[in-house]
Design a protein around this ligand. Structure first.
Ligand code: ADP
Ligand code: MG
Length: 396
């Protein structure tokens, strides 16, 4: 069995502190952290007024920083080795061509637009969130930077405003039209709590999770299929069109019965998308109730059904994801698996599964073996408890 170990947060903080001292010749005054996330259920309903149920994972982006007496931000990331990023804070912020710097510029711009003064600072970023793997390294970077800036400027944002500011940074500076789930999870996550988000009202509810009874297993297929461009945008468009044809403003007002009755109003693809959205919202709601009842087989079934709907109706799966889920379904509860689904946008990325903690080895081994047999590489396995959201580890 090969499982990617979690690096303790304090170790990451020590590493960031060490690198900061090496780069800048002094000790950082603050160390901020923010986690990656995985969404247990609620696939492609974040932009359809649905319910999503993510958790912060125990992989973090950590930023060690300190004010400097200048109007410049100087940043390093251990992921970008010796690249030194400098941002002039007294000039208007605009996206540049250097990729990761735009996440920092976007967050700084958000603070400035909110009327907060961002002091000159030096910072070093160290991360254990896999980058580009669908576990939202981008949101963890934005939120960790925002927490650092709160500390440096001694001005706290309202938590929801902070998440929205980070989402806006990703939209306007990184050019990624993401929902706000990732940033909300990185801000609101708590140990052994899921973060239920009502995407219509943006209400957040923490749902207790029993990590002794169920383990959360993430498998990364390391696949990103080169599909014709715009599949994500196309799905969004199809959902919008279908909803309009059904005569509603929100998917929350569409029942399965009404969809059956009005099926003739939609073309075949729109009907599939609509079926997914309506049933996925039901599954998320049912999963929340089943978690409260500690009915793990029922929760797991919602995951399997979610995958099936994402594959058949929303058509965003791929052979790598399907192989893992099919194998997991074959093992079932006797084999230690309650449920598994693809998570994230699809066409590659990760699966998330609920597994009997005593059976982890028995589950991971055959899944990795089968996958390697078929695709010639090992899917990385991670096991995570729901973890704490962004916070300062070291503060004056
Ligand atoms: P995901 O959020 O699923 O990991 P994205 O493509 O949304 O994938 O975000 C990855 C991008 O975020 C990277 O290409 C980089 O620009 C930026 N990024 C994330 N973490 C770091 C980091 N530790 N250092 C530098 N850039 C980072
Ligand atoms: Mg991202």
């Amino acid at each position: 069995m090969s499982v990617l170990p979690s690096i303790p947060l304090l170790k990451l903080a020590e590493e960031a502190t060490r690198q900061f001292a090496e780069r800048f010749g002094r000790v950082p005054s603050l160390v901020a952290a923010a986690p990656g996330r995985v969404n247990l259920i609620g696939g492609h309903v974040d932009y359809n007024d649905g319910i999503v149920l993510p958790l912060a994972i125990d992989r973090y982006t950590v930023v060690a920083g300190d004010s400097n007496d200048s109007s410049t931000a100087t940043l390093y990331s251990n992921d970008r080795h010796d690249e030194c990023l400098t941002i002039q804070l007294d000039r208007p912020m605009a996206p540049q061509s250097d990729g990761w710097g735009n996440y920092a510029r976007g967050v700084i711009a958000g603070f400035q637009q909110a009327g907060l003064v961002v002091p000159g600072h030096d910072a070093v970023i160290v991360s254990s969130v896999p980058i580009g793997g669908g576990l939202s390294s981008s949101a963890s970077l934005e939120v960790a930077l925002a927490t650092l800036l709160e500390g440096l400027s001694k001005q706290m944002l309202d938590p929801k405003q902070k998440a929205l500011l980070c989402q806006q940074a990703e939209h306007e500076f990184a050019g990624v039209p993401c929902g706000v789930m990732d940033q909300i999870t990185a801000v609101f996550g708590q140990a052994d709590q899921l973060v239920k988000i009502d995407c219509r009202s943006l209400d957040v509810e923490l749902v207790p999770w029993d990590s002794q009874e169920v383990a959360i297993l993430i498998l990364n297929t390391h696949t990103a299929h080169q599909l014709p461009d715009g599949q994500y945008g196309l799905r969004r468009q199809q959902c919008t069109t279908a909803l309009k044809k059904l005569g509603h403003d929100s998917w929350r007002d569409v029942t399965a019965g009404e969809l059956d009755a009005k099926a003739g109003m939609l073309d075949e693809q729109e009907l599939r998308r609509a079926r997914h959205v309506v049933t996925e919202i039901q599954r998320s709601q049912l999963a929340v109730e089943a978690i409260k009842d500690r009915d793990w087989p029922l929760v797991g079934q919602q995951l399997f059904d979610s995958h099936e709907s994402l594959r058949e109706n929303f058509q965003v799966s791929c052979p790598e994801l399907d192989l893992l889920v099919d194998e997991a379904r074959r093992m079932g509860i006797p084999g230690g698996v309650y449920g598994m689904r693809m998570t994230g946008a699809g066409f590659g990325g990760c699966t998330v599964a609920l597994v009997n903690p005593q059976r982890l080895d028995d589950v991971i081994d055959p899944l990795q073996t089968e996958f390697r047999h078929r695709f010639g590489r090992l899917p990385t396995a991670m096991v995570s408890r729901p973890s704490r959201g962004t916070h300062l580890i070291v503060s004056p």
